[in-house]
Design a binder for this molecule. Sequence first.
Ligand SMILES: [Zn+2]
Length: 341
Amino acid sequence: MGQPVEDSDITVLCITGWCRNGSTILGNILNEVPGFFHVGELHFLWKNSAGRGANSLCGCGAVLAECPIWSQILPVGRPEGMSLAEYADIVIARQQGYARTRHTWRIMKRGIDTEGLRQHAQLMTDTYRAIAERTGARVLVDTTKIPGEAALLPRLEGIRPVFVHLVRDPVAVANSWRSPKDYVYTMSASKSTAYWRGFNIASRALLRRYPGQSMFLRYEDFIANPAATVADLLRRCGADPQDNPVNGQTVELHTNHTVTGNPDRFRTGATVIRPTDDSWKRGLPRRARLAAMLVSWPMSWRYGYRHPAGLLARPQPAVTAAAVASPAKSGLEDGSVGSGS
Ligand SMILES: [Zn+2]
């Protein structure tokens, strides 16, 4: 929709939805495709580089401001003489003022109609261009997930968005938010599901607005057949299907340069994607399960997340890591993290 697609355009494969939906592992798999580059949650680049986010490390292990990629991208748009911290304040204020989930509909309807949003759009355009130039990639995978940022993409000159609305069972998501992990904080089932609802309503609105360049994906379908999911995404991005890095349930992961995401983003080597997600059965109290089901209804029902028997069942004891480990180096603890809008 909108501008015609040029050969020089950069494709931004934009994953929307609520945190812990598996976007980090999907992004890291796509990072293995020649010509693709997973930026992680780009929205948090400035905040995290200035030390104000949940973590300040790149997926490569370096501090963002010292990473060979991000150290070259961070000066983009920053006035001479202004410090990284001062500029981060300005960027964060614009993000909060114009590109939150609640702004999704306004951006879709009115486009860039304020000076603040225009400045934010210019920064995002220049940043995507600089990343493509620095890395040589023509497809940038952005797992920010905030629909307000995603809604801006069709308005950016030279950017061709491909939207992936990624949804995961809200009960499993609520369970994932229960336990702290590395730099990840915790959240109650009712709160995480309220966010789940808001982010997915806005993501669905985007999908309806741009049906020709959007894909709806359930996390459970992705892990059941990751090779087929990746093949579909490659086709949508005009990539060679021969370059699919997934073999059955296994993928060989190399170093990435992601801005935040699930702490598992630091893992490399042969990685097995577990085909089923029954994590919600382990440990999530019945009351929390009920809260997640009630707050997410009727969307969760429509997405096929119906487990009435599971709601009444007693939680199963937690399984040890060794018992669930996969034959290859690691079974992934799925999901994605970040600070939501
Ligand atoms: Zn890096």
